[in-house]
Design a protein around this ligand. Structure first.
Ligand SMILES: Cc1ncc(COP(=O)(O)O)c(C=O)c1O
Length: 361
């Protein structure tokens, strides 16, 4: 008997593993496994989402003009060269779908975001993993892996789950070293956590094959709304809009994101609290021998003696109602990724890991 057969590569896609949010038998948990904003969205975004409820019978805008204008004012970018997606994931998917297919290669780095191989295979392309150096993206390794089949290089900066960052100079060297028919996608999901960093917008203006992606899911606390955006040369945006569904963003999502991006005061509060608590968290853990690289994000990558210790600590944290993220799947088996929570959450993480390590809780 014949049966429907999926396209080649589809069954090679490993299903995305989201951050856990429940622990069996533990009623009250603190979720520190998905790099969400512990303070939630701006009250203005909540209000805008609420107000949108009265017009839910209307289709949303197809061109996202109002949200793009707000993003453009906030970042000083040309609104015509911005595209919005259902999370930055969707923008990344547009890029792979529009520019790659069977036989093409997509490069990403050893500890790169786990959606990249999924997105590559969704387009029928082949994901190619390149080593990092001491948990940092390495430009020479990437350039050495480029072949005449390479069409996209995905770079997360700052990185997830590494939390490290490479300099503008290194990124410029990478962009300059890639062939003109190869896109460089700068995934800036965590760009807002770095004071003064433009996420790569300057490089987009300098190189016609560079794309920057950003999200409302992290510092803006709108992961549940699913809004992201990309910025690139006009020619690229015109291509990406052809594979975008006309009503990809709901009117509630559009309203919430537009209000969020305009609330600069709340943004600054989230940014400064993140820095304050991240510094404290990493310093306290370092005192008990749990080291992490200086973080440029809203999480730290805590390193343990070996995989067994990391997993035992994760198990212990769960018994304490604290859910963090194992990152063995990112080739970091001896580490745990811990989102910087609010003050209470950070205090509980330090107390629990101290107890686990055998010190005074
Ligand atoms: C590096 C990186 N890129 C992209 C995303 C996707 O974010 P979004 O919620 O905008 O789809 C994430 C989310 O965790 C991420 O960590």
């Amino acid at each position: 008997m014949t049966k429907p057969i999926p396209q080649p590569g589809i069954m090679d896609i490993a299903l995305y593993q989201g951050g856990q949010s429940h622990v069996a038998g533990v009623a009250e948990v603190i979720k520190l496994s998905s790099n969400e904003n512990p303070f939630g969205p701006s009250p203005k975004a909540i209000e805008a989402a609420r107000e949108s409820a009265t017009t839910l019978h209307r289709y949303p805008s197809t061109d996202h003009a109002s949200l793009r204008a707000a993003i453009s004012r906030r970042h000083g970018l040309d609104a015509e060269r911005i595209i919005c997606g259902v999370g930055s994931d969707e923008v990344l998917q547009f890029v792979a779908q529009a520019y790659t297919g069977p036989g093409d290669e997509i490069i990403y780095t050893e500890h790169g975001f786990s959606m990249y191989p999924i997105i590559a295979r969704m387009a029928g392309a082949t994901p190619v993993i390149v080593p990092e150096r001491d948990r940092q993206v390495d430009v020479d390794h990437i350039l050495a892996a480029v072949t005449d089949k390479t069409r996209i290089v995905f770079v997360t900066n700052p990185g997830n789950p590494t939390s490290t960052m490479i300099s503008d100079t290194e990124l410029e060297r990478l962009a300059g070293g890639l062939p003109g028919n190869c896109l460089m996608v700068l995934d800036g999901a965590y760009a807002e956590f770095v004071d003064g960093f433009d996420g790569g917008a300057g490089l987009v203006d300098q190189f016609p094959n560079v794309i920057m992606t950003r999200t409302f899911s992290k510092v803006y606390g709108l992961g549940g709304m699913r809004v992201g955006w990309g910025y690139a040369a006009q020619e690229i945006i015109d291509v990406l809009n052809r594979v975008r569904q006309p009503f990809n963003l709901s009117l509630t999502a559009l309203a919430a994101a537009e209000a969020a991006v305009q609330d600069e005061e709340y943004l600054q509060f989230c940014q400064s609290e993140n820095v304050r608590l991240r510094v404290w968290l990493s310093a306290e853990l370092a005192k008990i021998g749990v080291l992490s690289d200086p973080s440029c994000t809203n999480f730290i990558l805590a390193r343990f003696v070996d995989r067994a210790e990391a997993e035992a600590c994760d198990d212990y944290l769960k018994t304490q109602g604290l859910i963090v993220r194992r990152v063995a799947g990112y080739n970091l088996p001896n580490a745990l990724r811990i989102t910087v929570g609010d003050e209470g959450a950070c205090g509980r993480v330090v107390a629990a890991i101290t107890a686990f390590k055998g010190g005074a809780a």
